[in-house]
Structures are given as C-alpha cells and as structure tokens.
Design a protein around this ligand. Structure first.
Ligand SMILES: [Zn+2]
Ligand SMILES: [Zn+2]
Length: 273
C-alpha cells in the first residue's frame, strides 16, 4: 500500500476545510504507518473572489499573511513528528495573466514546499463571475441558465488543461470533481476529458487517483476509463485520500492498490520534495 499521502486538509482555514489540527493529522498518519505526508489546505485567491467563505480571499496581502501563518503553524506542529511532513496547498488555478502574476508573487512570499492544481469553480471567460461548486450546492437558490452552464463547464475543462500546461503544480487533483455535482456525466463531454488526458501525457504531468469519490459517489476520481487511458500513455499517478479529517486518512487505499494492480498501472508518482 502507498505509505504516504500529499493531499490532506487541517482546520487552519476553518472547519469547512479540515476538522482536525495539524498535530492530530500528523499523529494519526504515524499510527496508520505513513512514512511521509504533505498537508495541503486550500489556496483560493482571486481579486474577483466573492466573499463566500473565510477560506476564499480577494485581498492579496491578507491572503499572504494567512497562508504564511498556516505554514508556520504546520511547520511548528511537525517539529515533534516522527515522520517527514511537507507543507503545500491545493491551489485553485485561474488561467488569466492577472491571476498567474499574483499567484507567482504569492509563491515567492509564502514559499510552500509544493502545490496541487485544482479547479473547484465555475466561471466566465473574463473571470468576473466566479462560483464555487460546493457553495453552489449548499445554496440551491443559486440558478444558472442552461446556456451559461454549458459555457462555464467548457471553461471548467479548459481551466484544468491550462493548469496542466502552466507547470506550476506537482500533481493535478480530482480531474472530474464536477461529477459530485452531477455535471459532465454525458458522453458529449468525453471529448474534453480526452483533451485533458492528452495534455497530461504531453506535459508528463502527474495526476491523482482521489479515493474520496468512492465514499461520495461510488467511484474514484477520475473515471475508470480515464485512468485506463492515462495508463496507456504512461502518465504518473499518485493515490490521495483528500482527508478532511483523521477518519479519512488512508481511506480506500487498499481498494486503490488492488484497482491499480488489476489494471497493471505502470507509472506511479513518488514525490521527492
Ligand atoms: Zn479539492
Ligand atoms: Zn482537497
């Protein structure tokens, strides 16, 4: 079984992100036999970010200060750890030049050990309208017309493609997380999914098999057929539990191992940062 996990959350940004402290996550990781871990809270920053939660930021200085204090808290907690602990972020990527230049500044300021690329937002081309998928699910009064939704979902996939091309990320999280919300299940979206697969191959970009999907929708992220296609193309995979609490650490890891070995998955990603 993979004895490390680089995608987990703590309560440093509030309970919507993680339910446990860094010390609790480290202690439980040691108990279950992980040799190395990476803690990756959300980095969701954009100048046009609506203030839908305490963990989303539109103010650059405030974001940097908070991310720096999160890193410091985790590094302090890791001083007593018996295993290697890295500090990263699960970053909401946006493809505009404006966002990229601000993110590059954030990286210089905060100096985290690694970054996971993610897309949890529906948005328009201009990045003026930004809607978090989870926030949308919790607030059913938010309605988007069918026409706008198709536009936003196309941008969702293009955003993932651009995140792969950016070269910012150690690996890309839950490629088809939109299925949690019932989006893009129709065959007509396969073309976009193939475009993601081909871009991952071209850029030799590792991606994750996220086991939390098994609990939420009965299927891991991404779809089985996508993992088969990625295996044919020798794209490195890392197994992630995406743990938001101690209970979720290493959840379904054995299932993931037997899934990958049945498929004869060839290329595994073992981080070396
Ligand atoms: Zn995520
Ligand atoms: Zn996550």
């Amino acid at each position: 079984m993979q004895n490390f996990s680089y995608h987990m959350h703590t309560n440093n940004l509030g309970i919507f992100d993680g339910q446990n402290t860094p010390i609790e996550m480290i202690k439980r990781s040691e108990e279950i036999g992980f040799k190395k871990i990476g803690i990756s809270n959300h980095l969701a920053f954009h100048p046009n970010m609506p203030s839908q939660s305490k963990m989303f930021f539109s103010d650059f200085n405030k974001a940097c200060d908070i991310y720096k204090s999160v890193i410091e808290d985790i590094r302090t907690a890791s001083l007593k750890a018996k295993i290697d602990v890295r500090v990263g972020f699960e970053v909401d990527f946006f493809s505009s030049y404006q966002w990229r230049s601000l993110f590059e500044k954030i990286k210089k300021e905060i100096k985290a050990d690694y970054y996971i690329g993610a897309t949890h937002y529906l948005r328009d081309e201009s990045e003026n309208y930004i809607m978090n998928l989870y926030y949308m699910k919790r607030n059913p009064q938010i309605k988007i017309s069918e026409k706008d939704l198709t536009v936003y979902l196309n941008i969702y996939w293009d955003n993932i493609i651009e995140s792969i091309k950016s070269g910012y990320f150690n690996f890309i999280a839950h490629l088809d997380v939109c299925k949690l919300f019932g989006f893009c299940l129709d065959k007509k979206w396969d073309e976009k999914k193939y475009e993601v697969i081909e871009t991952l191959e071209k850029y030799k970009q590792p991606y994750e098999l996220n086991t939390s999907g098994w609990t939420k929708v009965g299927e891991q992220h991404p779809h089985t057929w996508m993992i088969e296609e990625l295996n044919k193309r020798n794209v490195p995979v890392i197994v992630s539990d995406d743990a938001h609490s101690v209970i979720m650490l290493a959840q379904h890891f054995e299932q993931a191992e037997s899934f990958l070995s049945k498929m004869n998955y060839k290329c595994r990603y073992c981080p070396e940062f």
